[in-house]
Design a binder for this molecule. Structure first.
Ligand SMILES: Nc1ncnc2c1ncn2[C@@H]1O[C@H](COP(=O)(O)OP(=O)(O)O)[C@@H](O)[C@H]1O
Ligand SMILES: [Mg+2]
Length: 414
């Protein structure tokens, strides 16, 4: 019996590993399908349907092979264990029979021993059948629990809040250095220092990949700085409640806004779940969106389609602006908010933004320099450092990087 149990445990651990691999392969196949279906327009646009279907087939085939191997393994395990267990009964009859022939054992004793060993055999056989299900369940459960026990490096809530009436929106980056966790050796920001005075507009410009969006991500606390600190009104933001910071203090508008597949009303209200209809209308007016929304037959009840596909880029962006404005944030971050738009919608959106910035601390990230001329401070970010800072006129006079960028852009436009 101990030999049996020992061998069973050994084969069991092998089967568990196999089952885990099979599970992971199913996840991989699902991810391929998910990505292809989620980006179906891109797949169509490149006529890549067959390739994507092929990639999915390959992953599913691999998954089916692994599952077949797992099934074979479980079958072999159950077959072997059944054989071994029946062998025990057979052995009992054989040994008991010979003992009985030699008068070493009474028929009654043999019978009772046989019944006992058969009971054991049946229970063990049941266990071995259940074992197959346990193996699959364990590896599926292990993956779920792995995710459940993951601790976010930045907790979702917890920490102090600054009362609304005393919140100024004074933001400082103190010698911040940062590398992404996925690329630890590569410093995106190095000794980056910057002050955003309350109710002023600060612009960050610079080459693509220079770390501009990273600055916004750090301010939103999507990541923690590797070194240095960021403060809001003199308090380290790592001591503040992240859900309060993101939900009520900072409004974030990115280059490619993502809307949800519900009505425009609900999309704007996403910024502030308790907002009244009047608040939503006011935010939409501020964002230059009220006009076009009302021109739809269903107005604010228009469903925008999955991720907002039923709207044009400029319309989507204006709804995203309304969504950020409805919470009346003290700090507004605009990460290339107009750069994905055509000239016409850029103008409307820019108008909306110009109105939205008043009375807030604003961080504008832009590569089109014409949109940041009027900022109170312009910072050129290159290689993770502040290369130059000043107003538009000062920087032009300096004839440095900024002047060079301006020169290049006017040449492009000409
Ligand atoms: N999630 C990420 N993981 C690893 N590296 C990243 C990530 N996001 C951005 N990077 C890298 O960080 C650098 C700065 O990126 P980013 O801040 O997006 O630049 P910018 O907005 O100025 O164009 C780039 O070299 C980019 O490759
Ligand atoms: Mg960027």
């Amino acid at each position: 019996m101990p030999t049996l149990v020992g061998t069973g445990a050994l084969i069991g651990s092998f089967l568990r590993r196999l089952s885990r691999q099979a599970q992971e392969q199913v996840a991989r196949a699902t991810a391929v399908a998910d990505e292809a279906l989620g980006n179906v327009r891109t797949v169509r646009a490149f006529a890549m349907e067959d390739r994507q279907a092929g990639a999915y087939c390959a992953e599913v085939d691999r998954s089916s092979r692994l599952n077949e191997r797992l099934g074979l393994g479980i079958a072999a395990f159950q077959g072997l264990s059944n054989m071994a267990l029946n062998g025990i009964v057979l052995g009992t009859i054989f040994v008991g029979g010979s003992l009985m022939a030699g008068d070493g054992l009474s028929p009654g004793d043999l019978m009772s021993f046989l019944v006992a060993s058969q009971t054991v055999q049946r229970s063990m056989a049941n266990i071995s059948i259940l074992f197959g299900q346990v193996v699959r369940g364990l590896s599926a459960g292990a993956r779920v629990f792995e995710f459940l026990t993951l601790e976010p490096s930045v907790a979702l809530r917890g920490g102090t809040r600054i009362p609304g009436h005393s919140l100024l929106g004074h933001i400082c980056f103190h010698n911040v250095s940062f590398s992404y966790p996925t690329r630890p050796g590569y410093e995106v920001l190095r000794d980056f220092s910057l002050t955003l005075p309350p109710c002023k507009t600060v612009a960050i410009v610079g080459p693509s990949g220079g770390g501009k969006s990273t600055v916004a991500a750090l301010l939103e606390r999507f990541y923690e700085p590797t070194r240095g600190s960021i403060t809001l009104d003199g308090r380290d933001i790592s001591s503040l409640d992240p859900s309060w910071l993101r939900g009520q203090v900072i409004g974030f508008i990115s280059q490619e806004p993502v809307l949800f597949g519900t009505t425009i009303m609900e999309n704007i209200r996403f910024g502030k779940p308790g907002a009244s209809d009047a608040e939503v209308y006011a935010a939409a007016q501020l964002a230059n969106a009220d006009g076009f929304i009302r021109s739809f037959p269903e107005g604010y009840g228009t469903v925008v389609g999955e991720r907002g596909v039923a709207l044009s880029g400029g319309q989507k962006q204006r709804i995203a602006i309304a969504r950020a404005l409805v919470k009346n944030p003290a700090v507004l971050i605009l990460d290339e908010a107009t750069s994905a738009l055509d000239a016409e919608s850029e103008k409307v959106v820019q108008e909306a933004l110009d109105r939205a910035v008043s009375g807030r601390t604003v961080l504008v990230i832009a590569h089109r320099l014409s949109t940041v001329r009027d900022a109170d401070l312009i910072v050129v970010l290159a290689q993770g450092r502040v290369a130059e800072a000043g107003t538009h006129e000062e920087l032009v006079r300096r004839r440095g990087l900024y002047a060079e960028l301006i020169r290049r852009q006017t040449k492009e436009q000409a």
